[in-house]
Design a protein. Structure first.
Length: 360
């Protein structure tokens, strides 16, 4: 029997990992590459870095040049003292990480083809991995909040071994040190900011901690969607979504890379099981239910986190939007039909609670 053929559309961490895992199981995989573009700076927790190394059989050179963090600081509006939590992590531009994974994949024999030249009809499966904007079919958004990101120069007093999350009256600020006195500043607003530059400066001016760390804002702010989003039908026969195309998290969770990796692991197991199962629809349904359980848990934590802020009344509409979307999210079965065992999907006969990704 000839091997199953898969086309991965998207060259992000989740898509490349899906391609790598399927190729390791004997699949014939092509990666449809889009032109490279500069990406955001991402925080990769120590646990997610270890998982990435394990999946790719990589050493620490995968993260060469990454800036190392030791802790995360949360400064609540009006609180005298910040909350410090040990949180070892790595900071690097996501396009640098993607480029290294693509190089390793090519050296291992994966084929990369121009995105516009591929014919999806030639493949048994198409893996949608082009980010949250690539989600096919219906999706559900949990709110409408937006974010902006900009490079900054840090003050000499800034601690560069810790990331900062600060609650202010107009939203949230996130300071991510990148080394050599540089950093990235992210701001989260309840809706689309009319004037990014002006509203960003206004948030910094309101802050207790961030204003002491930012010496200069460099360049133009870049906008991005910050609300969680879930593909309602992430898996149908012949097509499966991974990474942000399947389940996109709130950036305050700091676990986008981990969520993408876990979706790639599960998607690989689902495709493998579907090829051997007489009733593959059960495998597809399991994937959908797992992602819905993950999103339900994630959004509940977002509602609780945003609701704790002193300015929560100003975010009441956004919190209500999340709660309303949760009510519209179809309930899943309390009994799992499958379980993931060493990367493989296995049917279960007893009562097993559905597994949930650790979505932050």
């Amino acid at each position: 029997m000839s091997p199953q053929r898969a086309l991965v559309l998207g060259s992000g961490v989740a898509g490349l990992t899906s391609a790598h895992l399927l190729a390791a199981r004997g699949w014939d995989v092509d990666c449809g590459m889009s032109p490279p573009t500069p990406g955001p700076v991402v925080i990769i927790s120590r646990a997610n870095a270890d998982l990435l190394r394990e999946l790719w059989h990589a050493d620490e050179t995968l993260f060469a040049g990454a800036h190392r963090l030791r802790a995360r600081v949360v400064q609540w509006e009006g609180a005298a003292d910040p909350m410090n939590t040990a949180a070892p992590a790595l900071v690097m531009p996501v396009n640098v990480l993607q480029g290294r994974l693509a190089e390793w994949a090519a050296e291992a024999g994966l084929r990369f083809v121009a995105h516009e030249r591929v014919d999806p009809a030639r493949y048994d499966w198409v893996i949608q991995a082009g980010g949250r904007e690539a989600a096919s079919g219906e999706s559900i958004a949990f709110g409408c909040r937006r974010g902006i990101a900009v490079s900054i120069k840090l003050t000499s007093r800034a601690r560069t071994d810790r990331a900062l999350i600060e609650s202010v009256a107009g939203g949230w600020l996130i300071v991510i040190p990148r080394g050599l006195g540089r950093g990235t500043l992210q701001a989260i607003f309840a809706d689309q900011p009319a004037d990014r530059q002006a509203q960003l400066h206004a948030l910094v001016a309101q802050s207790q901690a961030t204003s002491a760390l930012v010496e200069e804002i460099v360049g133009e702010p870049v906008g991005f969607a910050a609300m969680p989003r879930l593909a309602m039908t992430p898996c149908v026969s012949g097509s499966i979504a991974v990474g942000d195309a399947a389940v996109a998290l709130d950036p305050l969770s700091g676990n986008g890379i981990g969520s993408g990796l876990r979706s790639a692991i599960l998607a690989t197991a689902v495709l493998e099981a579907a090829a051997e199962d007489a009733a593959p629809q059960a495998c597809f349904d399991h994937y959908t239910q797992r992602l819905r359980q993950t999103m339900r848990s994630h959004v509940k934590s977002c509602v609780e986190f945003y609701g704790r802020a002193a300015h929560a009344t100003g975010w009441r509409a956004e919190i209500d939007l999340m709660s309303d979307a949760l009510r519209r999210l179809p309930a899943g079965s309390d009994v799992a039909a499958f379980m993931l065992n060493d990367g493989h999907l296995e049917r279960v006969t007893g009562t097993v609670e559905p597994e949930v990704f650790h979505a932050g």
